[in-house]
Design a protein around this ligand. Structure first.
Ligand SMILES: NC(=O)c1ccc[n+]([C@@H]2O[C@H](COP(=O)([O-])OP(=O)(O)OC[C@H]3O[C@@H](n4cnc5c(N)ncnc54)[C@H](O)[C@@H]3O)[C@@H](O)[C@H]2O)c1
Length: 305
């Protein structure tokens, strides 16, 4: 018996890297998997059906069930077709892992419009499009049966978007947006029985290779702990896709090798109130209260800039 027996899962960008390991593990746990991958370069150029098909072949060879999808998830039609394919091939949908991604790093002052648009499209719209049709499917199912659908969404954010990273204005904006989308999805879809969480992974893939941290070579993992193995990320994602992690929703997890952190979102660090309308002078006077104490978690940028 697998943890995901009878479930139907979509993993986007599942032809390589983290997505590939996620698809393989979900299939190993009994899920029927739609392996989506456009097969482009790290920058999003080109297309190739081979990566998605190879993962499907691996799953089938191991006795699992999978089907390939080559849609560009950054298009509305692509998202619609992807969800429709899961439903028509396997009879439903229970799990959506939004993972597809590209990089076009550049300092803000040199970034082109095309570099901005491409990265925002693949990540932000590429999370929106499949989700849009998955949640519609789940809402309809709920309305038909009046039973919570017990479905899961796992989105892929990044520390770049949560903490900021020089050279990744486009990518960080998209990844911060993905964390925000996760909160909205959790709030909107909870009543229908859908949980939504996000991850901020670190793993040895070709994407990490572009920033000099090594490409994935083989599936072998260093023992006892491989700090950059994408399999570590896949294990946590599979857990989030399973009922074992109920009722966790609206959370963002950093996952890197043997480390898992629940990351906190925006919160009020300090509060000042005025009984009268603010002026430049009165807000300046309040500065001391907002930022005076380094020992109790003052926003770090104030002291470092
Ligand atoms: N590797 C890391 O350390 C790391 C860190 C932070 C976040 N991430 C995120 O994890 C996700 C997976 O990255 P990875 O490192 O495995 O990269 P990867 O390049 O190995 O895999 C990404 C896959 O997405 C596919 N893809 C790209 N655009 C697509 C589109 N429009 N439609 C369908 N498929 C598309 C690619 O063809 C590729 O196979 C990305 O969202 C990335 O931003 C990775």
């Amino acid at each position: 018996m697998g943890l995901m027996d009878g479930k139907v899962a979509i993993v986007t960008g599942a032809g390589r890297g983290i997505g590939r390991q996620e698809a393989l593990l979900l299939a190993r746990e009994g899920a029927k998997v739609v392996v989506n991958d456009l097969g482009g370069s790290t920058g999003g150029d080109g297309a190739d059906t081979t990566p998605a098909q190879q993962v499907v072949d691996e799953i089938t060879l191991a006795g699992g069930e999978a089907v390939a999808n080559y849609a560009n998830v950054a298009t509305f039609d692509g998202g619609r077709d992807l969800v429709a394919q899961a439903v028509s091939t396997f009879g439903g949908l229970d799990i959506l892992v939004n993972n597809a991604g590209i990089l076009r790093d550049r300092m803000s002052f040199s970034m082109s419009e095309e570099e901005w648009d491409a990265v925002i499209a693949v990540h932000l719209k590429g999370h929106f499009c499949p989700t849009r049709f998955a949640v519609e499917h789940w809402r309809n199912r709920f309305k038909e049966t009046d039973v919570p659908v017990n479905a899961k969404i796992v989105n892929t954010s990044s520390e770049a978007g949560l903490y900021g990273n020089a050279g990744q204005l486009n990518y960080a904006a998209a990844k911060a947006g993905i964390a925000a989308m996760t909160l909205v999805e959790a709030r909107e879809m909870g009543r229908y029985g859908v949980r939504a969480n996000a991850i901020a992974p670190v793993a040895r893939t070709r994407l990490l290779g572009t920033v000099g941290m090594g490409e994935s070579g083989s599936d072998e993992m260093e023992e006892p702990l491989d700090r950059l193995a994408p399999q570590n990320v896949a294990a946590c994602v599979a857990w989030l896709c399973s009922d074992l992690s109920d009722p966790i929703t609206g959370q963002v997890f950093k996952i890197a090798g043997g480390l898992v952190q629940v990351l906190g979102g925006w919160r009020a660090w300090r509060t000042v109130r005025s009984a009268e309308n603010w002026t430049i002078e009165t807000i300046d006077k309040a500065k001391g209260t907002l930022f005076n104490d380094r020992s109790t978690g003052v926003p770090p940028f104030y002291t470092e800039m």
